[in-house]
Design a protein around this ligand. Structure first.
Ligand code: G6P
Ligand code: MN
Length: 436
């Protein structure tokens, strides 16, 4: 099998070691000759380059070349797969996305609510630029995108580059499945899940277990009602137990944890510390650890140096790339243009649904019509996100204000405008101009 060239866009990310670890484990299905780290932040990229080289050496993969670059031509020419995980504005801007809405008593979150919208307007331009580079230097490559906020990014890319070889992926569904399986005593490898929604905004309707030969949804729902979930990371522990809380109120489906921001914004605002948000936790945690690892390698410190998260996230991405390469026709939850997958939802919505991946790309399955509760929520959210993407392409303040007002975490147009105006200032270096 031809060995593949993988380019990680946003190479300096703290997620990179986990992804590369998954690549190394996946050499039988996705053999690799070269890994390129592409990042506009030279310091972070250099740190990651040291870490990845060290990993490869330690694990006996000196046959795989590692390169680092900030030059798109070098990064993409002849690449087979682009793993896109850029974070426009970095954690500094994530912190603002989280803190500004909280100041106004609204949900402040990386991908949901107005923080997510601010992040969306920031990310569209650089993501389109990235896709443009890939079109120019590696038009046959597959882009696996997990840059957030994914529905908004997908909507923008779809408009500018219809038919692009890009797959939008989020690890949250397997994250949920993994956690449920571990906590409630199942083996997720046996699961065939049915789920629909928008990204970070959806519901499970069925989980068929191959070994038990039945739909285990009823028993999972019952366990969620009564049995606590235990997760090590406190904020994830809270998020997963919010799934339980939501099931207690709406017992028919298992919701994505991110729906808490739309259903119970008040609870989130009460819980959140407006002076210390998730971005701060990441800066003081993963970010600091990554920096320390690189420093130790630089100073030739001996002993156990590597300390990073390796789990579902990297494995999922490698699984999808392998499915494309080997025509595996494996099932994943993916973010695609609806086109009838959810038959009673507008065809041009970007949805997250089960899909099979093989050599020709993604084939989403056709689901049954959905009920009014979820449909109504999704329609409002889709419209808000489309308005935001319109605001980007039309440089329209009015469309941005409409998007902010329609966002389901926002109670009125007064506060929508206040947050929008403050976000415009905070994002001056990143957002397109919005004309009144
Ligand atoms: C999940 C979501 C991602 C999100 C991440 C945040 O993996 O699917 O979209 O970016 O969580 O995790 P963090 O640890 O950075 O808060
Ligand atoms: Mn996600």
């Amino acid at each position: 099998m031809k060995k593949q060239i993988i380019t990680v866009a946003g190479g300096g990310s703290t997620y990179t070691p986990g992804i590369i670890q998954a690549v190394l484990h996946g050499q039988n299905r996705l053999p690799v000759s070269e890994i390129r780290l592409y990042d506009i932040d030279a310091t972070r990229n250099e740190n990651m380059y040291l870490i990845i080289q060290y990993m490869l050496e330690q694990q006996g993969f000196s046959n795989i070349q590692v390169k680092q670059t900030a030059n798109p031509e070098e990064a993409f020419t002849n690449a087979d797969f682009i793993f896109s995980q850029i974070r426009v504005g970095g954690l500094t801007m994530r912190e603002k996305d989280e803190k500004i809405p909280l100041k106004y008593g609204l949900v402040g979150q990386e991908t949901c609510g107005l923080g997510g919208f601010a992040y969306g307007l920031r990310s569209i331009g650089p993501l389109l630029e990235l896709v443009g580079f890939v079109q120019k230097y590696a038009p046959e490559a597959w882009i696996l995108n997990y840059t957030n906020p994914e529905t908004i990014i997908s909507e923008a890319v779809r408009r500018q580059y219809p038919g692009i070889r890009m797959i939008n992926v989020c690890d949250m569904t397997i994250g949920i499945e993994d956690t449920l399986a571990k906590n409630y005593g199942y083996d997720r490898d046996n699961w065939i899940a049915t789920y629909y929604g928008l990204n970070h905004f959806g519901w499970y309707t069925k989980i068929y277990d191959k070994s038990l030969k039945r739909d285990i949804m009823p028993e999972l729902l019952e366990k969620l009602q009564t049995q606590e979930i235990k997760e090590e990371d406190p904020s994830w522990n809270r998020a997963f137990n919010m799934i339980r809380f939501m099931v207690q109120q709406f017992p028919d489906n298992i919701p994505n944890n991110y729906l808490e921001y739309y259903f119970y914004p008040d609870m989130y605002v009460n819980y959140a510390d407006p002076n210390y948000t998730r971005a701060n936790t990441i800066m003081d945690g993963r970010e600091r650890k990554t920096h320390e690892m690189a420093e130790k390698i630089r100073n030739k410190v001996e002993g156990d140096i590597l300390d990073f998260y390796f789990g579902v996230h990297g494995v999922y991405i490698v699984d999808i790339a392998a499915a494309l390469l080997n025509d595996e026709k494996k099932r994943f939850m993916l973010i695609v243009e609806n086109k009838g997958a959810i038959p009673n939802l507008r065809a041009d919505a970007v949805v997250e649904v089960p899909a099979y991946v093989g050599a020709t790309g993604v084939e989403a399955i056709r689901l049954s019509a959905i009920g009014d509760f979820h449909k109504g929520l999704m329609e409002a959210q889709v419209a808000a996100e489309k308005l935001l993407v319109d605001a980007y392409f039309e440089n329209s303040y009015q469309k941005a204000l409409q998007a902010f007002t329609l966002n389901q975490t926002v109670p009125n147009a007064t506060v929508a405008k206040q947050v929008l105006d403050e976000m415009i200032k905070a994002n001056e270096a990143y957002w397109p101009e919005l004309n009144k």
